[in-house]
Each structure stands twice: as structure tokens, then as C-alpha cells.
Design a protein around this ligand. Structure first.
Ligand SMILES: [Zn+2]
Length: 81
């Protein structure tokens, strides 16, 4: 498994579903089982949207940092030739 594959797996494991409980009234409005608001733009109230945005941000930042690291190693190798 490559670094990118491992990182992608970690990202997928870190992604949260919106809260769903037995009584749909108390589920997150963005969950598949959430309450239906006819006149409102539904917003996440369980924290999953914010959490998942942080996970996506960390995934991209870590991937970019890794690619910079690989590039530096490549240049160091070329300098040694
Ligand atoms: Zn939510």
C-alpha cells in the first residue's frame, strides 16, 4: 500500500456520518433519516460537516507536504550526481 493509499484510507475512516437517532426529530437535519424542514435550508447540527471539512483539509495539506518532501528528496539525489 502506498503512502497516498494509506492516507486516503485514514481519511475515509475519519469521515463521520451525520447523527441519526431513533426519533428522527432529534437526528441531524442532514442525515438520511433527519427531520424535514419544508421552509428552511437544512444545516448540520451534529458537527459532522465541520469535522469532515477539517478531515478533508488535513488530507490535502498532508498530501501536499508529502509531495514537497518527495520533490526535495529527488533534488537532493540529483545534487549528489
Ligand atoms: Zn450533521
Amino acid at each position: 500500500m502506498t503512502f497516498k493509499d494509506s492516507l486516503k484510507l485514514l481519511k475515509d475512516l475519519a469521515i463521520r456520518e451525520h447523527l441519526t437517532v431513533d426519533d428522527p426529530f432529534y437526528s441531524c437535519p442532514l442525515s438520511s433519516d433527519g427531520p424535514y424542514y419544508d421552509d428552511l435550508e437544512p444545516e448540520c447540527n451534529c458537527g459532522a460537516t465541520k469535522h469532515n471539512a477539517e478531515v478533508e483539509k488535513m488530507f490535502i495539506e498532508t498530501l501536499l507536504a508529502f509531495e514537497d518532501e518527495i520533490e526535495n528528496i529527488h533534488f537532493e539525489y540529483l545534487n549528489d550526481l
